[in-house]
Write a protein that binds this ligand. Sequence first.
Ligand SMILES: Cc1cc2nc3c(=O)[nH]c(=O)nc-3n(C[C@H](O)[C@H](O)[C@H](O)COP(=O)(O)O)c2cc1C
Length: 420
Amino acid sequence: MDPKHISPLIPPSPEEQSEWERLADELALKNRALAATSEGITITDVSLPDNPIIFANEGFKRLTGYSDAEIIGYNCRFLQGPDTDPQTVAEIRSAIAEERECTVDILNYRKDGSAFWNRLTITPVRDADNKVTHFIGIQSDISERKRAEEALARAKEQLETVNRRMTRDLETAANIQQALLPRQVPAIEGIEIYWTLRPCSELAGDTLNIVSLDETHYGIYILDVSGHGVPAALLSVTLNHWLSPLPAHSSLYKPAANGSGEFSLSTPREVVEKLNARFPMSSHTLQYFTILYGILDTVQREFCFSVAGHPGPMLLPRARQGKALQFPAYPIGFVDHPSYKQHCIKLHPGDRLYMYTDGVVEARNADFEHFGRERLMQEIERSRDVSLRESLVNILASLEEWHGHSDFADDLSLMALEVH
Ligand SMILES: Cc1cc2nc3c(=O)[nH]c(=O)nc-3n(C[C@H](O)[C@H](O)[C@H](O)COP(=O)(O)O)c2cc1C
């Protein structure tokens, strides 16, 4: 505005007078807005030595506790203190030198010495010639947010530690469980046996074993505990011990009837009944399991077995069509005194017998269709002319192809034997 208009000697025209009033109102509004905001706002003048503050709003004074007299004419660095990160200060310094905007989180100190986290944004202000004349700084107290972030980071760290420990424990548990499986295929004269067990997570609810009961008899079992993971694995490991071949501790034997203190073999039906009496389904865990337990007589070439809620074996006679045997019976623990049956199969040279858990037949494809017993039987038939071991590999491969990927929802177990 022309200086003559502010000379008291020449009174302003009515238009000039009202323009003045409008500008004064606008300025008052801006001042009130600057005073009202909770953010700190500062303006520095680059033309003065050390780029000092020439304006600080009420928010800045409330935030820092300093008065105008302690702020105006000073460089903002007076807010920094012993724990302010020099790296962050250097970042601001280069932004100012390069005349660009920058935002940093910097630890500052109030007049009373208390520290606070300041999210600071500084922006260069340019004149009509694009020359930087001032900087404007906006300061927000983000201490609460920082505290929350730090608490979150600590909680995350703790969670990661617990997670690492749990992963380690799970790996150890998985190794223990693995060690309970038959380490190598037992060498039984005239009989070939192979098995595969693929847990769907670290720990399996499925388990299986072939244990030597005496010179001519082998106990064979395959079982499936309901559910997965740790709870299922705990029960499956307990069952491994219960079905161990140590006469005094195992349910596979019974004290001989003659009272000699010796042990005789429990029949498959007795074993399944003992398990049912010992492992009733708890109303707490609702855990139960299915089992196929059988005794292979290597002299008679006979396999006698009982099933409790478990799929029956699939028999592939050497020169005849395969048969999927099914014997409906309660799983272990469902009812108090179920009547379990015992079945015997005479095995001839070239005959094959396949046992499995329901994870195999209940695996689904992309259309949610089960692999199913029929398809399993077809795969077994299809592998008739390859070795027993290869037949298991083929079955698993077609199961994986059917399923579409190798992450199954349930454990997969398969055991096969062939008479030579
Ligand atoms: C407008 C403006 C506001 C600033 N506000 C703060 C602030 O609130 N806190 C702070 O630690 N530094 C602030 N600074 C940065 C310091 O004033 C100074 O530039 C910084 O410490 C780097 O320079 P030095 O190395 O000379 O100290 C601000 C700078 C400008 C230009």
